[in-house]
Design a protein around this ligand. Structure first.
Ligand code: GTP
Ligand code: MG
Length: 530
């Protein structure tokens, strides 16, 4: 989604970009725009963007300086995360989005991690070894503040669908091992989802909390969600947990003769009242999400009208998407972290291509194989905007032992998003973290190797992005010779984006570098090149 404030910010910078290059321009977003001072045009015009900066406190503010600095560095045109905070919608405010299963998030947990290794059958994981699945599960736990893994155990099972996941003998062995770790406060069973009954039985047998992937991933999401949409998605994804808690609670009350009794005067039992409240909550959340979505569509339309090329950056979680966008835009507000799902909210960041055309890089939620299904559904909604991109960049962590498997799972999620074929065909694949590998093998010529952290390979990447964006948006960067006495130059200022003008006084001409659409160039040729 592209919040209003950022649109304003980018509009400010577009204003600058389209401005004839004989001004030093000071743009202030929020107040009336341009206060400009004319600077004499002395032949070669060199514009530095190194003074462009968008501060995170107060109003966004840009200042363009003449001369000096690194032109190719779009980085200084920034939109920090603060500008992506959505405008508050008062109507949504009565919906309590604080976690309803909050107890899990609070405090520290010392976790015993159990990975059921399915040897055969439909649930066997073919692409990944048990050790690597455990490594990913450990990374999930470490993505939660103050949670640590005390020990891990891979236990084979022939009956993953049975109530206790393991056969009787293995379950007993497991219980003995867990009981031998009195310092633990929880067990993380690395399965997608445990039924409430299984969870309850295991907790009784082991005497500590038991978590599945759904609960852990939901908690990570909850911890990292900042925008209203992300919080709403989480509130929705939390409902199945609340429903199964309710079942447990009612069963417990029933044992004491309470849960299914009628509440006096209401005509409803405790269970019915709670179910109704949950249903009402679900409807409210869905309505609120629908509203946010409509707002997003509106912003999308506005953005289209202003024609900022959109580049969506996708990839497996922790592959370096945020680091890459930070390197390409210089946005200091971005905070890459060595965690899974560090980025949950889809945010957009303004950058400049080498030809100085502003573009918007969209940072997206990372993919994870075996992400719980409900969560995929809620979060694929946040990827809807990807469909409207002009270009996709797929970032891969080339140093990861399962980099190929990660690529396969990203491509399969993309397939489900039903993206236009042309967008998939033009997708740029970036091999990131090359600083961590000795000798990259079999690199396809079309693939770009970079180290987003160290800044290696970024110039080539920007160049390739520029070529692809120009192609997909029907634009060209051209240098055109114009006669100074003809209206060509003023026509170009009006109909295209003039980047640079070199006056050649001896022959009364100028060399003009422009970014021009195919159709405008067609008109230009018709008018002036007969
Ligand atoms: N050595 C090295 N580390 C990198 C590079 N790029 C990113 N990292 C590190 O990888 C970790 C994850 O980086 P992020 O940019 O947060 O990854 P992401 O893909 O945005 O992750 P999610 O938002 O969680 O999906 C951080 O610790 C980065 O510092 C690189 O080129 N080299
Ligand atoms: Mg990220």
């Amino acid at each position: 989604m592209l919040p209003v404030r950022v649109l304003r910010a980018v509009r400010g910078c577009l204003g600058y970009w389209r401005y004839p290059p004989y001004y030093t321009t000071e743009l202030r977003a929020g107040s009336s725009l341009y206060s400009s001072r004319t600077v004499p045009c002395n032949g070669r015009l060199d514009f530095s963007l190194s003074g462009l900066r968008c501060f995170s406190g107060g109003l966004p503010y840009w200042k363009a300086k003449k001369h000096g600095g690194d032109h190719s560095k779009s980085g200084n045109l920034t939109a920090s995360d603060d500008f992506w905070v959505e405008e508050e919608d008062e109507e949504l405010d009565d919906l309590d989005l604080s976690p309803h299963t909050a107890s899990l998030l609070q405090g520290a947990h010392r976790v015993f991690l159990v990975h059921p290794d399915v040897k055969w059958g439909a649930k066997k994981q073919h692409l990944s070894s048990a050790d690597l699945q455990v490594a990913e599960a450990v990374a999930l736990i470490h993505s939660l503040p103050n949670w640590s893994v005390v020990n891990t155990l891979i236990m084979s099972t022939k009956s993953p669908d049975s109530k206790l996941i393991f056969g009787k003998g293995n379950f007993q062995t497991l219980t003995d091992v867990i009981k031998g770790h009195p310092q633990i406060t929880a067990v993380f069973l690395n399965v997608e989802r445990l039924s409430s009954l299984t969870e309850k039985e295991m907790e009784e047998a082991w005497g500590v909390k038991v978590f599945d992937r759904y609960t852990v991933v939901l908690n990570i999401f909850r911890f990292n969600a900042h925008t209203k949409e992300a919080k709403l998605q989480i509130a929705l994804a939390e409902l199945p947990l609340l429903r199964s808690n309710l079942k447990n609670e009612t069963a417990h009350m029933d044992q004491q003769g309470g849960g299914s009794r009628y509440i006096m005067g209401s005509g409803e039992t405790f269970l019915e009242v709670q179910q109704r409240l949950l249903k009402e909550r679900e409807i409210k959340i869905k309505n609120a999400l629908e509203k946010v979505k409509k707002k997003r569509n509106l912003l999308r339309t506005q953005r289209r009208r202003r024609e900022f090329p959109i580049i969506s950056v996708l990839g497996y979680t922790n592959s370096g998407k945020t680091t890459l966008i930070k390197a390409l835009t210089g946005d200091e507000g971005l905070q890459p972290r060595d965690q899974l799902f560090a980025t949950l909210d889809v945010t957009s960041h303004a950058g400049l291509l080498p030809c100085r055309m502003p573009v918007i890089y969209v940072d997206t939620i990372g993919f994870l194989s075996q992400l719980p299904h409900n969560l995929i559904e809620s979060f694929s909604a946040t990827l809807e905007d990807v469909v409207h991109s002009d270009l996709l960049i797929h970032v891969r962590d080339i140093s990861h032992p399962e980099t190929l498997k990660q690529k396969a799972s990203v491509l399969s999620v993309l397939k489900n998003l039903r993206l236009p074929q042309q967008l998939l065909d033009t997708m740029i694949e970036v091999h990131n973290k090359i600083d961590l590998v000795d000798m990259p093998e079999n690199i396809d010529a079309s693939v770009l190797s970079v180290s987003a952290l160290l800044g290696h390979g970024l110039e080539d990447l920007k160049q390739q992005v520029e070529t692809a964006v120009m192609k997909s948006t029907g634009r060209n960067v051209l240098t055109i010779n114009v006669k100074l006495e003809s209206p060509q130059l003023s026509w170009l200022y009006k109909e295209s984006s003039v980047q640079e003008v070199k006056v050649l006084p001896e022959d009364g001409t100028a060399r003009v570098r422009v970014i021009i659409t195919n159709s405008a160039y067609g008109k230009y040729k018709k008018l002036f090149c007969k």
